[in-house]
Design a protein. Structure first.
Length: 177
C-alpha cells in the first residue's frame, strides 16, 4: 500500500511539474507566434488553467516531503510525548479541513458538469475539464493528511519530518529559508 500511495503522490508531483513546463511552452509559443503575426487567442486561458493545475496537483507531494508551510516553532520545543499528541491534534484538524475542502470541491465541479457550465474566456470548453485538477489535488491532499495521521497514530514519525531531517543531514537547508 505504501508504494502505491507514494506513487500517487509522486505522480501528482510530476504531473504538476509537467503543467509548469506546459506554461513555459505555451507562453514561449505565444510570444513567437505574435512575433510572426499569428493570433494567440486562448493562451491566457490555458496558462491560467495550467497554473491552477500545477498548484493543486503539487499540494499532496509538497505536504508529504516537508515542503509545505508548517509552523514548527512550538512543536520543536515540546517534550517528545506531548509533541506526538499535538501532532495528532494538528493532523486531525488538517484531516477535517482537507476533507471539507475535498467534499466541496467535488460537489462544486460536479455542479459545473451537471449544469453544463462553459468557460468564460476565449476557449469555450466545459469548465469542469480544467477544474478536475482542483478535485484531484484536494482529494490527494486529504489522502496525504489522513495517511500521515495514520502513521503518527501507529507510533511512527511523519514522513514530512523524516524528509526534512534527511535533507538537513545532507547539509541542505534551502527549504528553511
Amino acid at each position: 500500500m505504501r508504494k502505491t500511495l507514494n506513487l500517487l503522490y509522486d505522480g501528482a508531483g510530476y504531473l504538476a511539474a509537467a503543467f509548469v513546463l506546459a506554461i513555459f511552452v505555451v507562453m514561449i509559443g505565444s510570444s513567437l507566434m505574435r512575433e510572426v503575426g499569428i493570433g494567440t487567442g486562448g493562451t491566457d486561458d490555458l496558462v491560467a488553467w495550467f497554473c491552477a493545475a500545477s498548484a493543486f496537483l503539487a499540494m499532496a507531494h509538497t505536504f508529504r516531503y516537508g515542503d509545505f508551510v508548517r509552523v514548527t516553532l512550538i512543536l520543536e520545543k515540546l517534550p517528545e510525548r506531548l509533541h506526538r499528541w499535538v501532532e495528532i491534534v494538528c493532523l486531525t484538524i488538517g484531516t477535517a479541513f482537507t476533507g471539507y475542502l475535498a467534499f466541496w470541491t467535488v460537489r462544486y465541479v460536479y455542479e459545473s458538469w451537471q449544469y453544463k457550465q462553459m468557460a468564460d474566456g476565449l476557449l469555450a470548453i466545459p469548465i469542469w475539464i480544467p477544474q478536475i485538477s482542483f478535485v484531484l489535488g484536494a482529494l490527494l491532499l486529504c489522502l496525504a493528511v489522513v495517511d500521515e495521521l495514520i502513521v503518527v497514530l501507529r507510533g511512527g514519525k511523519p514522513i514530512y519530518v523524516t524528509a526534512v531531517e534527511e535533507r538537513h543531514a545532507r547539509g541542505d537547508f534551502s527549504e528553511d529559508i
